[in-house]
Design a protein around this ligand. Sequence first.
Ligand code: E4P
Length: 214
Amino acid sequence: MKFFIDTANVEEIREAAKWGILSGVTTNPSLIAKEGRKLEDVIKEIDEIVDGPISAEVIGLEAEKMIEEAKELVKISDNIVIKIPMTLEGLKAVSYLSKKGIKTNVTLVFSANQALMAARAGATYVSPFVGRLDDIGHDGIALIDEIHQIFAYHGIETEIIAASIRNPLHVTKAAKVGSDIATIPYKVLKQMVKHPLTDIGIEKFLADWEKTQS
Ligand code: E4P
């Protein structure tokens, strides 16, 4: 399973890129708004840091508007993936863009049928939201498992991005059920590196080493 970072904060991306584990970036309108910057400016800057797919989400709700926005965004770089919400209008836009060779990421996926529809429309990626399903008492990881089984059974090449990841356990579980990618907030990526026994081990090694130095 590959790791994407789910943020529009350029400093977080710059730092995580140095760890050598990043394969791509996802953003969304809330994350861009949090930075208080223009979408195009943020995406351009991210593109200078990461050599991999960068998802930029459209705002329009009608296919025509989505396509118009997509055409502008893809001018930024070949790595741009157009993030489109899972609606009928979204499917129209995905179908059009995929025929033009433009990569898409269908977002706000909460059921296996939505994922299947997006894939059949030509989506490059689908993003089922694990955390938001857990929040309402559903099982987000079970959905990733279900979509993975369906895609494998039918030989569907659309990649699954486990999104709305809230903790390291979500990442492990998404990997176990075969998600292609997990898009992970910076804070969770950092948590994934930590283990108390690693810290204790380092302390002990250093303490033992110090004893021989006196
Ligand atoms: C997906 O690509 C979204 O950007 C994101 O994962 C949403 O996560 P949230 O539910 O924590 O807002």
